[in-house]
Write a protein that binds this ligand. Structure first.
Ligand code: SF4
Length: 298
């Protein structure tokens, strides 16, 4: 029986992965919109190596590990290169069928690891990291206490490219509030263009109790854009995004308008689709609100 500290999170694309909770919580845990790891029992800590190996042993004996592993929680790349290599080597020694190992990472983790560590991590199995870019607008990034600015995010993305590790970037529609809605969308598209990730997931911000931003909203200091403003942000975001060879998704259930596109070839098609919806002003073309009520943010 594997004991998880709940709740834990994983990207939707890791649904078939074994989740190895090598760390608990997020070492940053300061983003104002995030309520993921606010419980006392989720306070950031690293599991001792013998405990991690015990979990791997149990999972192996119970046949829970197939070809994919996601190392949790919020930013497992914060672990030292030595520890990560020990974990990945042990995983693969016990489960030779493992083909991919992935994790969440903060921009600061990538900058700290640097190209040479990341190249080694890649050699030992790490093939992709998921990063919450959220916005490309430095004013917004500062406001939400993301802990990384536009330029640092570009540098981290270049390091990943040099190391040969794929970059899956998440951005949040609505993160600029009503006052910086379009600036946020434009700067985020430009950030994506500079970073050129292999995958982009655009989600719509949902502010939950427990997040400092929730208090700001209650005090009237932050206002979420309405559904058509969010679709407008999607249009501006797509318009400003150039990817050399990447996938752009807004099919997360938090979004009012799901799109799936391969860039660059599908860009004009999806822009036309978004504009048709905007021009119609027809709410029935958007996902109903109740979809958004039943999900976790990531
Ligand atoms: S959004 Fe990510 S980096 Fe920010 S506090 Fe939450 S888990 Fe940590």
């Amino acid at each position: 029986m594997i004991e998880y500290v709940n709740p834990f999170f994983r990207p939707p694309s890791e649904a078939k992965s074994f989740i190895l909770q090598a760390t608990i919580g997020c070492s940053h845990n300061n983003c104002t919109y995030c309520a993921m790891y606010r419980k006392e029992e989720q306070k950031f800590r690293v599991r001792p190596m013998d405990e991690i190996k015990e979990i791997i042993d149990t999972a192996t004996q119970s046949d829970l590990i197939d070809d994919r592993v996601f190392i949790a929680d919020g930013n497992a790349l914060v672990l030292s290169k030595k520890k990560l290599i020990e974990i990945m080597d042990y995983l693969k020694e016990k489960n030779p069928g493992i083909e991919r190992i992935r994790m969440y990472a903060n921009v600061g983790d990538i900058l700290r690891q640097g190209t040479s560590n990341l190249k080694e991590l890649k050699e030992h199995g790490l093939d992709m990291v998921y990063i919450g870019f959220e916005s490309g607008d430095d004013i917004v990034l500062e406001r939400i206490k993301k802990g990384a600015n536009h330029e640092q995010t570009v540098s981290a993305s270049l390091i990943l490219k040099e190391a040969g590790i794929m970059n899956s970037a998440m951005v949040l529609l609505g993160m600029g509030g009503t006052d910086r809605s379009l600036e946020h969308a434009e700067a985020t598209g430009k950030l994506l263009t500079s970073c050129d990730p292999e995958y982009v997931g655009a989600l719509s911000l949902q502010v939950r109790p427990g997040a400092p931003l929730y208090e700001e909203m209650e005090r009237g200091e932050f206002e979420l854009p309405n559904k058509f403003q969010l679709v407008k942000e999607l249009e501006v975001l797509v318009q400003n995004t150039e990817l050399t060879d990447g996938y752009f998704f807004s099919n997360h259930i938090s979004n009012y308008l799901p799109i799936k596109a391969k860039f660059p070839e599908d860009k004009e098609r999806v822009l036309a689709e978004i504009r048709t919806v905007l021009e119609s002003g027809d709410e029935s073309l958007l996902r109903p609100d109740y979809y958004r009520d039943v999900i976790n943010q990531y």
